[in-house]
Design a protein around this ligand. Structure first.
Ligand code: COA
Length: 229
């Protein structure tokens, strides 16, 4: 069975560990996390083996990066750049209850948690985090590093650009684009296009402020994931 390490040992990483266990097709070696206080401990019964750079000493293990939160949702992109691993080191983790249509595709390093639905011709890029009960409908495009918190629903033909963050329960009207590294607040209803690098909230969603993520200019323009084949 192929070995896997999960980068990160926080909430999303622990959820991914449970999905790996439920899927049963990868052997989870443990978590890697730069918080030295966790090294040698266990989270939910899974060992924290060491810091993130230990991944270079485990060349046979595949990898998934499970860090980030609404205050720092560029964290996965920074780690991908720092670790500089070949794309084929990255695994996709898909919970067995996720319904992924045959016409949809999921990129390397992406995670789909329980009860997600990808209805038809949905493209999910690399290093995308899809939390439980997210519904992606026909022709949606979710670009690399995007995050979809639990219960997000995208209408048909929606595009979430690179690194965009959709908060819990957010709704996005069909054929709408959410710009790169923009954040949609939890429970918001997006009715029209959101420019890159902004925080929008409410129903209907309105601009709250600029997005805070650091070094966005570089992350917006850099192509890391590349096209899916
Ligand atoms: C959008 C968000 C990032 C704003 O956080 P913040 O910058 O700390 O903003 P504040 O809480 O100070 O609120 C600023 C204003 O926006 C409003 N606001 C914040 N979030 C809102 C939301 N989701 N919907 C509607 N209004 C919202 C507040 O009521 C406040 O309005 P006011 O100035 O009129 O009082 C945050 O509320 C949010 O939704 N985060 C996503 C949470 C989530 O999905 N987590 C999942 C984790 S797995």
């Amino acid at each position: 069975m192929t070995a896997l390490v999960i980068i990160g040992a926080g909430g999303f990483a622990r959820e991914t560990a449970q999905a790996v266990r439920d899927a049963g097709d990868l052997k989870l070696l443990g978590h890697l996390d730069d918080n030295a206080a966790l090294h040698g401990t266990e989270v939910d019964g899974v060992p924290v083996l060491g810091g993130c750079d230990l991944v270079h000493d485990l060349p046979d293990a595949r990898v998934v990066i499970c860090v980030g939160n609404p205050r720092d949702y560029a964290a996965r992109a920074r780690l991908v750049r720092r670790l500089d691993l070949p794309t084929d080191r990255y695994a996709s983790v898909i919970h067995p209850t996720a319904a992924v249509s045959a016409t949809s595709e999921v990129g390397p390093g992406s995670v789909l948690l329980a009860h997600c639905v990808l209805t038809a011709a949905v493209h999910v890029g690399a290093h995308v985090a899809v939390m439980p009960q997210v519904v992606l409908t026909h022709d949606d495009v979710v670009e690399d590093y995007a995050t979809l918190a639990s219960g997000v629903r995208l209408g048909g033909g929606v595009r979430l650009e690179r690194g965009a963050y959709a908060g819990s329960g957010a709704l996005v009207r069909e054929s709408t684009t959410v710009g790169a590294w923009s954040l949609i607040g939890m429970g918001s209803a997006v009715l029209g296009d959101v420019p890159p690098g902004e925080v929008w909230v409410g129903s209907p969603a309105r601009r709250l402020r600029a997005a805070p993520a650091p070094a966005l200019d570089e992350l917006v323009t850099r192509t890391v994931g590349g096209p899916l084949t």
